[in-house]
Structure formats: C-alpha cells, structure tokens
Design a protein around this ligand. Structure first.
Ligand SMILES: Cc1cc2nc3c(=O)[nH]c(=O)nc-3n(C[C@H](O)[C@H](O)[C@H](O)COP(=O)(O)O)c2cc1C
Length: 443
C-alpha cells in the first residue's frame, strides 16, 4: 500500500476508571485507582509506549450528589484529581507524551489559567495543552456563588474573550526577554516585555505574565463544544478539536463544516486537528469482542444507566425501563449531545434500557466492537476519507483497554504506514505537526 503523507494523531482520555459508567465494577479495574497517582502514571506511560501525541484529563467542577434516580448517589464512576496538578506531577515522569488538561472559562480567571498552563508548559518542556470548556451544570455554578449556570451565549461570549486574554498573556515575554546578564545587571530586558492592558466586557487584565514561553511557544488550545458558538470559537482559536461523532457520514460533515470556517479567520485547514472520540472493544475474534461488549453492558447498574439518561430526559424512575424512550426534557437547555442520543434511540427504536446499554459505555462516541484489525480498518477509513485527523482514545475500562489498544491496534496502524514508529519531536506542537504560534513581538 502507498504510504499516506500524513499520520494519525492519538490522544488518550484518562477518565478515571474508564468511559464505561460502571467501569469500576469490572474486576480488571482497580476501584481505588482514581485516587492513586500510580494509576495515572501507568496510563501515561502506556500511552507513551504507544507513541501517543497526548494524554488528556476532562474535568467537571462538582462532586455531584444529586440522587436521581433515588439510591444512585455513590454508585457512579468518577475522577478526583485537579488536572493541572496531576499533569504537573506526570510531566516529571514522562518524556514525550503531551499533557492536556481541562479548565473552564465560566469559572476560572484568565490570569490564573494563563499562569498555570504556562507553568505546566515549562515543567514539561513544551508538552502542555489546555482543553477550553464553558461548563454546563448548575451544580458547578453552585460552587462559585451562583445557583444556575450562565446561559450558553453568555458563556461562549465570555469564553471568546477569556481565550484572547490568555493568548495575550502567553505572549507577554519575547523568547529572549530573560537575559540573565550579571555584567549589565539586567535579569530581563524590559523592552522585550509586552503589557497586555486588556479592557473588555468581561475582563480587565493588565499583565504582563512573568512566566517565560516554553520551547513550543505556548500551550496547545483544545476545544470540545460542537454547537454553533463552540465551532466558531474552535475555528478561530483551536489547535485541536475533540468531537463526538458516532457515524462516519456525520463526522465527515462536521469535519468539512468546521475546517471550512477557518479561512475567514486567516487560518489554514491543517492548523487544526480534528480528533473524534473512539471507544474500541477488542476481541481475538469478532464474536469474542461482541461477547465482551455484552458482558460490559450487563455490568451497567440500572440506576447508573437511568442517572446517565436523566440529564437528557429528567427523572425516569417511574417509567418502564423496557418501554419506549420519552421526549427530551424541556425544563433545561440541553447540550448538542442530548439530541444525538435522542436521535439514536428513535432511529433504532430502542427501549430505555437498550438506550443506556448502548450509550453509557461509549457516551455516544464512535464505539467499535471487533478485532484489532477491524478497529484499525475503521480508523483508516475515517482518517483517509475526511472524517478525522486523529482520534481521542476512550478506554472502556482502564487500564486494560489502553494496554490492549497499544499492544494490538498500534502495530497494525504502524505496519500500514498510518502511525509513527518513533517520536520525531519533543513538544506537543511538534507531535501534532503544527507551526509556531504568531507573536506580537518583533524579532
Ligand atoms: C470529548 C469531549 C470532552 C469534553 N470534556 C469536558 C470537560 O472535561 N468538562 C466540561 O465541562 N465539558 C466537557 N465537554 C463539554 C464541552 O466542552 C461543551 O461544554 C459541551 O459539548 C456543550 O457545548 P456545545 O453545546 O457547544 O457542544 C466535553 C465534550 C467533549 C465532546
């Protein structure tokens, strides 16, 4: 086969026990791993052995105690570490793999975000990435002095300004600003420092930020919102986009739509890598993979299944679990994904149980149940046919699913010339093949 010029990018989402909502009940998953640094270190090291571009930590600013349906609290899988803190520790025990963390523009402040990610970028020698999210849960707002989340258009308006301020702060110091010159007595050259003096609708930030730029210039910007507002923010500012696309036709439409928005911001299509989620369930044969998936479905605690669906449909406790799926809830604004889940149920004529069994493992991401060869086939198809630049690997069960992917799928992709056989760069920007970021400093 002729070798394609470009290669697949890979990220690993290290979500706690795995993406399966009852993952911690599986005997292969250490239940206390989520509170154990060694568990995450192992995951990052396996990803590095698999030559991944980056590992990624999602984050939600609530330890939700909402008991819908009754008796569910305490049963769901979740993570506990603050992402930048955890990745800072991992940065000292990994060498190549990129380190991406989530921080919310609705609850953070741009100065803190710019500073902590610039520090992670220095600590890791140019491997940091920031997943920009706007958050969507009222329970998160309750931890920040409010009873409900801001409406979506205000959240995205704030996010647009927030990202600009952070980018401006990261450009405070020219690469040669620190001169460390004992002879002249100058530690840094004030002429090579830019004071931002930002005054906007949501923020007033003077700057400058004193953290010097890393070897990759600044951290990578990642975005995961798929709404109109989310796509505009991504088209203007994102280096990487995580998306939820269960089917190749939808993924191609999303890919083309998002890439074609970039020109009006003066950006080339290749300046952004689109990486949909991929959840593989691998077996030695297709039948074995199906049996494993079925066993995983049986593991889902029905209360946890209903809890997962409650965000979309409200409390379903009084519904027949084997009856039809109701209409979407109307009392709350819903994320783009809610409609996707509802459409899936209608299209397949699923019952409530069938719906959560089909979606609570992969969270509506592209779930491929088959042999390692079949997983590689799907990745190749999406990559070569305008649906993806790479994939965000979502392990059903951690660490088992990650080890299986690295040992079984990675060698197949390498043999097909679709994936690197060694790291050729030292920074996350380098792994992703992105060019240097623009700077307001003259040479
Ligand atoms: C792969 C992926 C990861 C995400 N991770 C987070 C996260 O860690 N924290 C968060 O608050 N939202 C997260 N989101 C949600 C999005 O950032 C966004 O808020 C959500 O999709 C709703 O916005 P939208 O309507 O623009 O899609 C994630 C979304 C996707 C697709």
């Amino acid at each position: 086969m002729e070798r394609p010029a470009k290669q697949i990018r890979l990220g690993l989402s290290m979500a706690g026990h795995g993406y399966h909502h009852s993952a911690w009940l599986d005997p292969s998953v250490p239940p206390d791993g989520i509170n154990d640094f060694g568990f995450y270190l192992n995951l990052a090291q396996v990803a590095e052995r698999g030559l991944f571009d980056m590992v990624f930590l999602a984050d939600f600013l609530t330890f939700t105690m909402i008991d819908i349906p009754k008796g569910v609290t305490g049963r769901t899988s979740r993570g506990s570490f603050e992402p930048v803190t955890l990745l800072s520790a991992l940065s000292q025990l990994t060498k190549h793999v990129g380190l991406a963390a989530t921080t919310s523009t609705t609850f953070g402040t741009p100065f803190h975000t710019a500073r902590s990610f610039a520090s992670l970028d220095l600590l890791s020698k140019g491997r940091a990435g920031w997943n920009v999210v706007t958050s969507f849960q009222d329970e998160e707002a309750e931890n920040f002095g409010s009873s409900s989340i801001l409406d979506k258009s205000t959240r995205y308006e704030r996010a647009e300004e927030y990202v600009d301020v952070v980018l401006g702060l990261w450009d405070s110091l020219a690469p040669d600003a620190y001169v460390y010159d004992r002879a002249s007595g100058y530690l840094f050259d004030p002429a090579r420092v830019r004071t931002l003096n930002h005054v906007g609708k949501h923020f007033r930030v003077k700057g400058p930020l004193g953290t010097p730029r890393s070897v990759q210039g600044r951290p990578i910007i990642i975005q995961a919102g798929a709404s109109e507002e989310g796509q505009e923010l991504a088209a203007r500012t994102a280096d990487v986009v995580y998306s939820v696309q269960p089917r190749i036709e939808d993924a191609q439409r999303f890919y083309e739509g998002l890439k074609s928005r970039m020109a009006k911001y003066g950006r080339e299509r290749d300046d952004m890598k689109i990486m949909p989620g991929l959840l593989p369930v691998i077996g030695a044969t297709e039948q074995e993979a199906r049996d494993r998936f079925r066993a995983m479905q049986k593991l889902i605690d029905p209360k946890v299944g209903l809890r997962y669906l409650s965000a979309i449909f409200g409390d379903l406790s009084d519904h027949d679990i084997d009856g039809p799926v109701p209409e979407l809830r109307k009392d709350k604004p819903l994320a783009t994904r809610a409609k996707l889940i509802h459409d899936l149920a209608k299209r397949n004529n699923w019952s409530i149980r069938q719906l959560y069994e089909s979606t609570a493992i992969g969270n509506t991401h592209n779930t491929v149940v088959g042999t390692a060869e079949q997983v590689a086939d799907v990745m190749q198809d999406w990559f070569l046919n305008g649906a993806a630049d790479g994939f965000n690997l979502l392990p059903a069960l951690s660490p088992t699913s990650v080890v299986e992917f690295v040992d079984q799928v990675v060698p197949i992709l390498q043999a097909r010339g679709l994936y690197r056989t060694a790291y050729t760069a030292t920074t996350l920007r380098g792994h992703l093949g992105l060019s240097d970021p623009p700077t307001a400093h003259s040479d």
